[in-house]
Design a protein around this ligand. Structure first.
Ligand code: URA
Length: 223
């Protein structure tokens, strides 16, 4: 067993038994490649673990890899990633200096157009909870000053199921305990970059996201 075992769900969905104790990020990443903690690994191409600067002061957490990420094995390298990179740069954050990950490490999708198109499907709460030990392990190792929750799935995974991004985006909050340990880290929630792409009023949703990212940048820059 390991450090996080016993804290996961007791319904059979749980990544904790796959998380090696005392591992660094590289070892975590290779262990995550073999995670069978929930059924999402069955249809995904591969595990998409976090990537970026391992000692970054800022960790960004998305929902789950998309179609492009599933094929390439890296988070936020598809259309949402382009929006994110542009917004980070506009908020004065170097996209090369952050650590980026997801609440869920496998792509969940349904097949459409006679099996030709893989359409994103939101992960269930059970799947998010099952995958949480990987996120907790990443946050412990990177040990950032601020975590940015991108969208409702990440925000609920980090701040609890009653959290509403629409109401509390751009607010600096303490990150609740990670498996009973106060991480002494702040968290700021914002819109998911995919929501910018789907919005009718793209410019204002994008501007809101940049404003929230500036708040997060202020936590890092604020000493
Ligand atoms: N959306 C996410 O939430 N994460 C990714 O890595 C890509 C798209």
């Amino acid at each position: 067993m390991n450090a996080t075992a016993g804290t996961g769900p007791e319904d059979g969905y749980d990544a904790a038994p796959f998380v090696p104790e005392g591992a660094d990020l590289a070892r975590l990443r290779s262990a995550a490649a073999g995670c069978r903690g929930c059924p999402l690994h069955l249809q995904a191409t591969q595990t998409v673990f976090g990537a970026g600067e391992p000692s970054s002061a800022m960790v960004l957490v998305g929902e789950q890899p998309g179609d492009v990420e599933d094929r390439r094995g890296r988070p936020f390298v598809g259309p949402a990633g382009k929006v994110l990179d542009r917004a980070l740069a506009e908020a004065g954050i170097d996209p090369g200096e952050v650590y980026v990950t997801n609440a869920v490490k496998h792509f969940k999708f349904v097949l459409q157009e006679r099996g030709k198109r893989r359409m994103h499907e939101a992960p269930s709460r059970r799947e998010v909870t099952a995958c949480r030990p990987w996120l907790v392990a990443e946050l412990r190792l990177v040990s950032p000053r601020v975590v940015v929750a991108l969208g409702a799935t990440a925000a609920k995974a980090l701040l609890g199921p009653s959290f509403r991004v629409t109401r509390e985006h751009g607010v600096v909050l303490p990150l609740p305990p990670l498996d009973g340990v106060d991480p002494e880290v702040e968290v700021v929630a914002t819109t998911h970059p995919s929501a910018v792409l789907r919005a009718d009023d793209r410019e204002s949703v994008y501007a809101g996201m940049v404003a929230d990212l500036r708040v997060a940048a202020g936590v890092v820059g604020g000493g």
